[in-house]
Design a protein around this ligand. Structure first.
Ligand code: SF4
Length: 173
């Protein structure tokens, strides 16, 4: 093989290495957990995942799989100094939904990524109780928390829209 014949594969290998390194850097900068991707809804094309036992649904931005563990990942395009309550409940909902959809895997935590920071949200018994309490509250006729927005899109993307009586969108069952 002549020099040109050797240089070409080396150049290809170098370009691939550069692309790979840039992808790894990008994943790190977005705090995406390591592992194999088993679900993604970044382009809004992921199927709706449902917890039939709780009557809630959701579409995490991404779900990674590593060993026996799966890790939900949610990206928010705003800054935050700490996780916002609504986003925490969204992640708690994902834990319950994913446990039903991936019964053989365990979920220790999820990653909530804001523009300026990333947070690990743990799948604890206490957080499950918080989720169950808010679901109960939404189902109570007299004690429902008042909706604090008029954003239909927010309701459309909400994991609790199936059970929320204040949802701004008509539910299709
Ligand atoms: S469905 Fe709408 S009003 Fe109800 S909890 Fe979700 S975002 Fe709030």
């Amino acid at each position: 093989m002549n020099l040109a014949g050797i240089a070409f594969p080396v150049a290809i290998a170098m370009v691939l290495a550069i692309i790979l390194a840039s992808l790894v850097r990008k994943r790190r900068s977005f705090s995406i957990p390591q592992g194999d991707e088993v679900y993604q809804d970044i382009q809004g094309k992921g199927k709706v995942l449902v917890s039939r036992s709780l009557g809630i649904s959701g579409k995490p931005d991404m779900v990674m799989h590593k060993g026996q563990h799966i890790i939900p990942y949610e990206y928010k395009s705003t800054d935050a100094e700490r996780p916002r309550d609504g986003h925490l409940y969204q992640m708690f909902a994902y834990f319950a939904i994913l446990e039903e959809n991936y019964p053989d895997a365990s979920i220790a935590y999820g990653v909530l990524k804001y523009k300026n920071a990333a947070f690990k949200v743990h799948n604890t018994r206490e957080n499950r109780l918080r989720l169950l309490a808010i679901i109960d509250e939404m189902r109570q006729i007299d004690s429902e928390p008042a909706r604090n927005h008029d954003n239909r899109g927010k309701c459309f993307r909400c994991s609790f829209k199936e059970i929320c009586r204040q949802s701004l969108i008509k539910q299709e069952r």
